[in-house]
Design a protein around this ligand. Structure first.
Ligand SMILES: Cc1cc2nc3c(=O)[nH]c(=O)nc-3n(C[C@H](O)[C@H](O)[C@H](O)COP(=O)(O)OP(=O)(O)OC[C@H]3O[C@@H](n4cnc5c(N)ncnc54)[C@H](O)[C@@H]3O)c2cc1C
Length: 257
């Protein structure tokens, strides 16, 4: 089976985030594989081990994403591809990323493509479905179980805490939700092996794309942190006085009544 995983390098949102000049300050930030993409890598490895074939992880980004691709190789993926946009593009959005990925995948005859359900930084959840749409293959999002039998596929997906069972067929793109599996940690032999596994680097030119083909369709106007939480107020006294006080605060300060 020909399996591809779309992998994004993201900053760790558990870290303290600062913003300067309208952009998230990346200096000193910790970078990781987008956690939902770890589920996608793990599932891809399990499908390959059960059905044979090969797992290729692919990322659009800068050279720095090599580290996360090597980690996926150490987990057990077979090959990695970095589509390096550093020299060609300054700006990009979900359209940019999806178009580049779809252009790369269009002649690969992928049976199964796995992506994360959402990136924990950009958070749009658009890239997987957009890629499937461009490739004209079905997609199923937020999956928590995947069973493949020949070309028939049975899937359980998370629907806001409930489950939906869907049957479909390959070729297919799915996006991984928490609970799909327990991603493995790279073992020491895995890390050693990963150093020798192929990691190819491509540029837009190699995909017959130029800047205009992937020009962003959206523009980010402003990026800002949520306002600092203020300390809560504890109302005291008779219940009736408390209610009056509360209404006063809601009217004068929160301005909601
Ligand atoms: C050239 C370029 C410049 C950019 N510049 C900026 C910038 O200045 N500021 C900014 O905030 N963002 C920038 N971006 C990132 C962009 O805006 C989005 O973050 C990105 O396109 C994905 O959208 P998302 O984060 O909402 O991912 P989602 O759609 O939420 O991601 C869902 C899944 O799609 C897959 N996926 C997403 N992104 C990638 C990827 N890059 N490679 C492989 N798989 C992926 C993963 O499986 C992921 O789990 C740039 C992107 C490009 C290509």
């Amino acid at each position: 089976m020909n399996i591809y995983v779309l992998l994004k390098r993201t900053f760790d949102t558990e870290e303290k985030i600062t913003i300067s000049s309208g952009k998230i300050n990346e200096d000193g930030a910790e970078f990781i594989i987008n956690p939902y993409d770890e589920y996608a890598v793990e599932e891809a490895i399990q499908v390959r081990d059960a059905h044979g074939g090969e797992v290729t992880v692919v990322s659009v980004g800068s050279e720095e994403a090599e580290k996360q691709l090597r980690t996926a190789l150490a987990m057990g993926a077979d090959k990695a591809v970095l589509i390096n946009t550093e020299d060609d593009l300054e700006e990009g959005d979900q359209f940019t990323t999806s178009k580049i990925l779809a252009e790369f995948l269009k002649d690969k005859e992928a049976d199964l493509i796995l992506a994360g359900n959402v990136a924990i930084d950009g958070g749009s959840g658009q890239v997987g479905p957009r890629v499937a749409d461009l490739l004209d293959i079905p997609y199923i999002t937020t999956i928590t179980k995947l069973d493949i039998n020949g070309t028939n596929v049975s899937i359980v997906r998370d629907v806001e805490g409930d489950s939906e069972v869907i049957e479909t067929s390959l070729p297919l793109l799915v996006t991984a939700q928490q609970g799909l599996n327990e991603p493995r940690y790279p073992s020491l032999p895995g890390i050693m092996k990963a150093k020798k596994k192929p990691l190819d680097e491509l540029e837009l030119d190699d995909l017959d794309l130029d800047e205009d083909d992937v020009e962003a369709k959206t523009k980010t106007i402003e990026v800002y942190l949520p306002p600092k939480k203020e300390a809560g107020k504890i109302l005291e006294g008779e219940l009736q006085d408390q209610v009056q006080e509360l209404v006063k605060h809601l009217h004068n300060e929160a301005k909601v009544v």
